[in-house]
Design a protein around this ligand. Structure first.
Ligand code: ZN
Length: 160
């Protein structure tokens, strides 16, 4: 039986060209329970090999991260297919189905009566470059295992 590990780490996420997409540096490290799909698959696989204080550059192909971009999720819909009171603007996000895992669509462009929406994750098809510095590595506590997620700083921070 393998033990469930909680790891804390600072990260800077860049794309292939070096543009910073996101970073925890200067704030709180991200603390996650490994192997639960809380982070992209490539990170879930790479992190267990690291120890506290380790710094590593991890490059993930789209398949190891948010998957390839899917053209079938780029749709053009007519404005009258939305509720009349929907005040849509570029950048708005919505789900077309109520399931938690359903794609989130983003409004990319509005032209007259046509709305262009994209259900891909914003990072689909993107190669991810992570600079990781591990700050914490420990077995999950019983409370964390019961909740199914890590508790940064020993507190839950969620309503259950
Ligand atoms: Zn909790």
């Amino acid at each position: 039986m393998s033990e469930t590990t909680v790891m804390g780490f600072h990260y800077t996420l860049k794309d292939k060209s070096g543009t910073v997409i996101d970073s925890s540096v200067g704030g709180q490290p991200l603390v996650v329970m490994l192997g639960r799909g809380h982070i992209v698959p490539g990170l879930d696989q790479a992190l267990p090999d690291l120890g506290v204080g380790d710094q590593k550059n991890i490059v993930l192909s789209p398949d190891e991260a948010y998957g390839p971009a899917n053209d079938e999720l780029r749709l053009k819909v007519r404005k009258d297919q939305f509720p009349p009171d929907a005040q849509l603007k570029v950048g708005d996000q919505f789900q077309t189905q109520p399931e938690p895992g359903a794609p989130v669509f983003t409004v990319m462009k509005i032209e007259n009566d046509e709305i262009f929406i994209d259900g891909n994750h914003p990072l689909a098809g993107v190669e991810l470059h992570f600079d990781i510095e591990v700050t914490e590595k420990r077995p999950a506590t019983e409370e964390e295992l019961a909740h199914g997620h890590a508790h940064a700083g020993g507190s839950c921070g969620h309503d259950h």
